[in-house]
Design a protein. Structure first.
Length: 155
């Protein structure tokens, strides 16, 4: 999978753009081994709001993007345990493809660390991100997994 979505997400605000960019940055981190500071620098300079290969990327909420990337990076072990607890029996996080891991990691991070953002908004946003990369079946998976995590974390 390329680090760019194959379809355009349905949402269009700066936080939506930050979520999509964060998933792409986290994917790039897993693929290349880049450090968080390297990713932040690259995305700030070359990706957020830029035109790449004829595609204009939306302006993103940079502070929110930074929080997502740094937060997932700092809490990845904790997030991975949480996700693993909610996967079907016999499934591990490693069985998910790389982009899907980043989508659910970012969503789980927001549910765990950003109580200021309503649960429904978090889940819907990451379902929209999933739609940018996947078919509806996978987006439903994101919905179910994040909903289960939200129930555990937010009651």
């Amino acid at each position: 999978m390329a680090s760019r979505p194959s379809k355009k997400p349905r949402t269009g605000n700066a936080r939506s753009a930050a979520r999509l960019a964060a998933v792409q940055a986290l994917y790039q981190r897993e693929m290349s081994g880049a450090t968080i500071p390297q990713l932040l620098t690259e995305f700030h300079r070359h990706r957020l709001g830029a035109e790449i290969e004829g595609d204009q990327f939306r302006e993103a909420d940079v502070d929110f993007f930074d929080d997502l990337v740094k937060g997932v990076g700092a809490r990845q072990a904790e997030i991975d345990v949480l996700l693993g607890e909610h996967l079907a029996e016999g499934w591990t996080l490693d069985r998910l493809d790389r982009p899907m891991r980043q989508i659910v990691r970012a969503g789980a991070y927001e549910l765990a660390a950003r109580p200021d953002i309503p649960t429904g908004a978090v889940i819907n946003e990451y379902v929209d991100v999933a739609h940018a990369f996947y078919e509806p079946r996978e987006a439903k998976f994101v919905n179910g997994l994040l909903d289960a995590i939200a129930k555990k974390l937010r009651g």
